[in-house]
Design a protein. Structure first.
Ligand code: ADP
Length: 394
């Protein structure tokens, strides 16, 4: 969570604590007149109502540290057990707050029990609530922390990946200068500069694509996308590379296959799979692309007769910058981002991607996307035609 957001959340919690405290003190003042002095003052009913609305984990302690009110999440996070606050640090903090009346904030790391390796990260605020009570409000920041770690990793990876081609270009430029009297060497180095700069351009484009996809969980304005068109476009983009290696590209697509989404993104995803199929196959083999409707799903499969992927690597190949064979990926101009992009495109379309592969026997990647229903597709067609006719002048 960044500083501004933390400030807003902190401020919001402060307001809630203040409001709850005022309500509690007013109500308790009123009730004190009717309660015998020895009985512990009850928690004013308004407080429970306010706490029930909060998203935070909430716990209210009485003067003897017994829990008099808590949210269900306080139990599921293991902070409250059998009506007792079981976290020692929080209990101590509650006592300090009771002594001096000052609000305190603390970061906690909770172990979530057996079998889990990740701990829960929380911030907790402890505040006085009326005279005898103490309010603890806690927020789970584990997800935010994880997102931040992933972002930091990504930035580190990107800088590392960019350094290689940039460094390569600098060295090659030096070599060109040194070889200025040898035209053959100059053209050899210049050709390599071209390869490295093409790789750099592709890398930058894919980093930008992936960053955009990561920000947008869903598509803003999905349109009706004809899958045969997507398949044709994807195959077209890879045709030259396939011909250069005498790889036969075959494509079949069910005419009725359509989804709601983004044509360009889907064509990029399918092209990434076809491009990999070509790059990781031997000369003279066959790559097949097929799209069909299976119930409410559109399945797009890309199969090759290539080297295959070891079973132990199959779960990792969709990670950013993960390559089974870095040298081969480099030799084919790979960026290590192709499959991460496919995964994100499928996710933003409400679908997924999976792989079947056997070493030495080839691979099949399958994208599964929710199909546009025939009625929705027809409605969308009518709408588009209507709009196009409306725009015709005269
Ligand atoms: P790259 O740019 O390196 O191809 P990808 O994200 O597209 O990156 O793929 C990740 C890794 O998965 C590749 O480096 C390669 O090792 C493996 N891979 C992907 N597709 C195939 C395939 N069709 N056959 C064999 N290995 C593949």
């Amino acid at each position: 969570m960044d500083a501004t957001l933390a400030g807003i959340v902190g401020g919001g919690l402060g307001l809630v604590i203040g409001a709850v405290a005022v309500a509690a003190s007013r109500l308790s003042e009123r009730k004190l007149t009717t309660i015998p002095p020895s009985a512990p003052p009850p928690l004013p009913s308004g407080v429970s109502d306010v706490l029930a609305v909060l998203k935070s984990i909430a716990i209210v302690l009485d003067s003897s540290d017994a829990v008099v009110n808590n949210s269900a999440s306080a139990v599921s996070y293991g902070l409250v057990r059998h009506g007792e606050l079981v976290h020692t640090e929080l209990r101590q903090l509650a006592r300090q707050v009771r002594r001096d009346g000052e609000i305190r904030e603390v970061e906690l790391e909770l172990s979530r029990g057996f079998g889990t390796t990740t701990n829960t990260l929380m911030t907790a605020r402890v505040a006085p609530l009326g005279a005898p009570h103490i309010l603890i409000l806690a927020e789970d920041h584990t997800h935010a922390r994880r997102v931040e770690e992933v972002r930091r990793d990504f930035v580190a990876n990107v800088s590392h990946e960019l350094k290689t081609p940039v460094g390569g270009i600098a060295l090659l430029a030096e070599a060109v200068l040194d070889a200025r009297d040898d035209p053959e060497a100059v053209s050899r180095f210049a050709a390599r500069i071209q390869v490295e700069s093409t790789r750099l351009t592709r890398l930058v484009k894919e980093i930008v694509d992936l960053s955009r996809l990561q920000v947008a969980d869903t598509l803003h304005e999905p349109e009706l996308v004809q899958i045969p068109q997507v398949v044709a476009e994807a195959v077209d983009r890879v045709r030259v590379a396939a011909e250069a290696r005498q790889i036969t590209l075959e494509a079949v697509a069910d005419e009725r296959a359509s989804v709601f989404g983004d044509t360009e993104l889907l064509a990029t995803a399918v092209a990434n799979l076809v491009s990999n199929a070509v790059n990781y196959s031997e000369q003279g083999t066959r790559v097949a692309v097929a799209a069909r409707r299976v119930g409410d799903t559109i399945e797009i499969t890309v199969s090759d007769q290539g080297q295959g992927i070891p079973a132990t690597e199959q779960s990792r190949i969709f990670e950013r910058f993960y390559r089974v064979d870095a040298a081969r990926s480099r030799a084919t101009g790979g960026t290590g981002l192709g499959l991460a992009i496919v995964k994100h495109v499928c996710a933003t379309h409400g679908g997924d991607v999976s792989v079947w592969s056997e070493e030495g026997h080839g691979s099949t990647f399958t994208m599964r996307l929710p199909a546009a229903s025939d009625r929705a597709a027809a409605d969308s067609d009518r709408h588009t035609v209507g709009r196009a006719q409306g725009e015709t002048p005269g």
